[in-house]
Design a protein around this ligand. Structure first.
Ligand SMILES: NC(=O)C1=CN([C@@H]2O[C@H](COP(=O)(O)OP(=O)(O)OC[C@H]3O[C@@H](n4cnc5c(N)ncnc54)[C@H](OP(=O)(O)O)[C@@H]3O)[C@@H](O)[C@H]2O)C=CC1
Ligand SMILES: O=C(CO)[C@H](O)[C@H](O)COP(=O)(O)O
Length: 482
């Protein structure tokens, strides 16, 4: 076999097959491989005329089809399968070759794999790819990690197939060493969970409080999509809400079981945030809301508990309410994205990745699931002020949050009054109030900890750590001096 292919893709399920087609449509010669040969054959039979494919039937043949330095993309099930595939291929590669893992790997696995392959002289680029099946074909957002040297080989190929932002820039850029790319993809998915939860809550409020039907809510969402909420998730929500079930004639959303599933990237984000000590309650609320929805036993047991019995709003108030929901949704969305960026900064500092926060926003402007018009403002904000401690401190976002807070509070109150759960929207408001508060009741928590466990506390008025002898004379002693 002659080494004619610029890139190879192994793992030709939904994502891999469309990525391979995308490379081929972009003019690359693409070597193809899949554990089950039938997938390779099917791809060539169906789409062979789209470009230059080199189908192969074994790992050895696949590697032999690649030009040096070899560049191969692994698109298999994350976890054990990825390890199995890497083990198989690493033995066939040479120093300088580049393996791209485009699956949703945990960044800690990526760090481990990168270190092991580096020992063998092989570059390993753990790469986040977002955009689903369609994005993989038409242009995903690509978040490559690994060495800068690997990106020199890989970058031009990835930038060729990536989505284009409105200013024409490719939505692919080097994120940082070892696990940085997969870390950023994990946080992308965490934000995705939070965004979806907020949209679901807005829908629920419009339905149960404003008494709107799904098709009417779709119209409202379409309107929002022409404004500052312009985003892929809002756009597809409108499409879902207009869809009718063919069997029953009911709105599709009414026939889908209300138990949200998850593959795990949102949960990883929250677990990692806990380890890093970064508050990401918007993402956590979204993960727990999915989990709660799936707890059928708990839900059945609680189904008879009394609610507020509030009637939907009168028609005359419904439009005004919908405007307030828009404001609450937008403000909560800004909060969720702010938490996501806090987490990326914390990860970057912890692992020494040097991630450019503006660049992350830039490559999420198109191709990925959370693409949204306001990402360009996040990009500009971090470009102007790389040290911005939180997006909430950006003057423009701060002004918007301040402007939305009246409506946001009314929506949080209405959700409580009507018994509609809004952990995302109400939690985002609590986060906003928690950050802006001059004094938090954490002071009381510290005092309690000192009372029951002599855990010590700091004072507002002077330096040092202190303990009060609660069980004795209640005198205060300084604990950080001799
Ligand atoms: N689907 C999506 O929207 C997105 C998926 N991803 C990630 O991309 C990757 C691919 O996703 P997707 O296309 O959905 O496919 P799946 O995650 O369903 O994985 C199927 C592929 O993995 C291969 N595979 C499974 N086990 C092994 C093994 N032990 N050895 C070799 N190959 C194996 C399968 O080969 P075979 O045909 O022989 O069974 C098949 O090619 C995953 O890591 C996923 O998390 C990322 C972004 C979006
Ligand atoms: O990676 C993705 C998009 O960027 C997947 O669509 C995402 O993993 C879906 O996650 P879940 O099944 O947990 O909702």
């Amino acid at each position: 076999m002659t080494a004619s292919a610029q890139i190879g893709v192994t793992g030709l399920a939904v994502m891999g097959r469309n990525l391979a087609r995308n490379f081929a449509r972009g003019g690359c010669t693409v070597a193809l491989h899949n554990r089950t040969e039938a997938r390779t054959r099917e791809l060539v039979e169906e789409f062979g005329d789209e470009g230059d494919f080199v189908p192969t039937t074994s790992a050895r043949e696949f590697v032999a089809a690649l030009r040096r330095p070899r560049c191969l993309v692994v698109m298999v099930k994350a976890g054990g399968p990825t390890d199995a595939v890497l083990e198989e291929f690493a033995g066939l590669l040479e120093p300088g070759d580049v393996i791209v893992d485009g699956g949703n790997a945990h960044f800690a696995d990526t760090r481990r794999r990168e270190a092991a392959l580096r020992e063998r002289g092989i570059h390993f680029a753990g790469t986040g790819i977002s955009g689903g099946e369609e994005g993989a074909l038409l242009g995903p957002s690509i978040m490559p990690g690994g060495s800068a040297e690997a990106y020199e080989v890989l970058g031009p190929l990835l930038e060729r197939i990536a989505a284009r932002a409105p200013d024409g820039a490719p939505c692919a850029a080097h994120i940082g060493p070892d696990g940085a790319g997969h870390f950023v993809k994990m946080v992308h998915n965490g934000i995705e969970y939070a965004d979806m939860q907020l949209i679901a809550e807005a829908y629920d409020l419009l339905r149960k409080v404003a008494g709107r039907r799904p098709a009417e809510i779709a119209e409202i969402f379409r309107g929002w999509n022409r404004g500052r909420l312009d985003s892929y998730l809002i756009e597809i929500t409108a499409q879902v809400l207009t869809h009718t079930d063919a069997d029953t004639g009911l709105p599709f959303v009414d026939v889908v079981a209300d138990r949200a599933e998850q593959k795990g990237t949102g949960r990883w984000t929250v677990q990692t945030a806990l380890d890093l000590g970064v508050p990401v309650p918007g993402i956590a609320q979204a993960v727990f809301a999915r989990s709660q929805s799936g707890h059928t036993g708990l839900r059945q047991a609680a189904a008879a508990l009394p609610g507020p019995g509030a009637e939907p709003l009168p028609e005359a108030e419904a439009d005004r309410f919908a405007e307030q929901v828009e404001q609450a949704l937008y403000a909560s969305k800004v909060i969720s994205y702010a938490q996501g960026w806090d987490m990326i900064r914390a990860g970057s500092e912890e692992f020494g990745w040097g991630i450019d926060l503006s660049r992350v926003a830039a490559i999420w402007r198109a191709g990925c699931i959370i693409r949204a018009a306001f990402l360009d403002r996040i990009r500009a904000s971090f470009a102007e002020r790389p040290g911005l401690p939180t997006l909430l401190a950006d003057p423009e976002f701060a002004r918007e949050l301040g402007g939305a807070q009246g409506a946001w509070r009314r929506i949080a109150a209405a959700s409580a009054r009507h018994g509609v759960p809004t952990p995302g929207i109400s939690g985002a408001l609590a986060y906003y109030d928690g950050l802006r508060a001059e004094h938090l009741p954490a002071a009381l928590t510290q005092a309690q900890r000192d009372y029951f466990g002599a855990h010590t506390y700091r004072r507002r008025d002077r330096e040092g750590t202190f303990h009060t002898r609660w069980g004795g004379d209640r005198a205060e002693v300084r604990t950080d001096q001799g």
